[in-house]
Design a protein around this ligand. Structure first.
Ligand code: GUN
Length: 307
């Protein structure tokens, strides 16, 4: 269904109001499944992924479970390493080193956040950049910055893929990113300002110290919100005909039958009638993140076999 909002140049091909990440993710996983099968036949190798979880944070447990399940479904060799919250930094570094040296493993993921007594930067530095499927190692962050990335960080890669596959015109668009985290805000801003297809945008980043957030969000052709605040973006903060990507996943209680009630960082009901397209929560950006992790792992495995 085409959007009923009058279309402007930058949204000419946006075909549907809801950008359904869950469906796009399914398509990409099908492509990956075929690649994995070909790789196995041609090189006798399957992509290998280890996920390392420290402590018992329920959100982290749920994310890691989903990553493992997807890896399994795609036919990967996958290993789950659970460690108690009081693991020492040296023990964690030794575990990473073991997998750096394991030829069956092509991707190493350490779920964040880590307990306070562990230096996150030191841990991310310890992962072999060729196995850094999260793209958090400073070498990979630097390569992203200069436009020569091997791996794209998973959530930003998922966002860019959704923009491209929904037909949103990125080149020349005014993009406003709300949030400046290392995982989403900074890398997506960087990716969309690069020279090249799927980018070439004019990017503004707003954050907690920005004087007038709404001034910026109201002029965005593409608004990407990763603020971590439930329904932070209200109807009057969005321009008519904008494309909105909501990265937020906030639990705001339970439904009567005990299910988790999730909302994004955008007040969906206030915004949906104004915009050209928007990602739902859940079922928008979330499923793309895991899929891009799988894509990076396949890429790492291909590189390892010299394909
Ligand atoms: N914690 C929240 N998001 C992520 C992610 O994308 N990767 C890892 N490793 N930890 C996270």
């Amino acid at each position: 269904m085409r959007s009923s909002i009058p279309r402007r140049e930058w949204e000419v091909t946006v075909a549907a109001k809801l950008i359904k990440g869950a469906e796009v993710a399914k398509e990409i996983r099908e492509e990956l499944r075929q690649q994995v099968a070909q790789m196995k036949e041609k090189y006798g190798v399957v992509p290998g992924l280890v996920t390392i979880l420290v402590g018992e944070n329920p959100a982290s447990q749920s994310y890691v479970r989903a990553k493992q399940q997807t890896a399994h479904e795609l036919g990967f060799y996958s290993v789950q390493e659970d460690r108690p919250a009081d693991i020492t930094e040296a023990e964690l570094l030794a575990l990473i080193d073991k997998y750096n040296k394991d030829p069956k493993i092509h991707g190493i993921l350490v779920q964040l956040p880590l307990p306070k007594h562990i230096d996150e930067t030191r841990v991310l530095y310890a992962i072999d950049p060729d196995k850094d499927v999260d793209a958090f190692h400073p070498v990979n962050v630097g390569k992203l910055m200069i436009g020569t990335a091997d791996f794209l960080p998973c959530t930003p890669a998922g966002i860019q893929e959704l923009l491209i596959r929904s037909g949103t015109k990125i080149e020349g668009a005014e993009v406003v990113v709300v949030g400046r985290s290392n995982i989403v805000g900074k890398p997506i801003a960087n990716m969309l300002m690069q020279k090249g297809p799927g980018a070439n945008a004019t990017v503004t980043v707003v954050h907690t110290k920005t004087r007038d957030v709404a001034f910026h969000t109201r002029r965005a052709d593409i608004l990407i919100v990763a603020a971590g605040v439930p329904e932070y973006i209200k109807g009057d903060m969005v321009k008519e005909g904008a494309v909105v990507i909501d990265v937020g996943v906030n639990e705001v209680g339970r439904t009567p039958d005990g299910k988790r009630k999730l909302v994004g960082d955008v007040a969906f009901n206030e915004v949906v009638d104004k915009v050209a397209a928007i990602t739902p929560v859940p079922g928008g950006v979330g499923p793309m993140t895991i899929t891009m992790l799988m894509k990076n792992t396949v890429k790492a495995a291909m590189k390892a076999v010299g394909a």
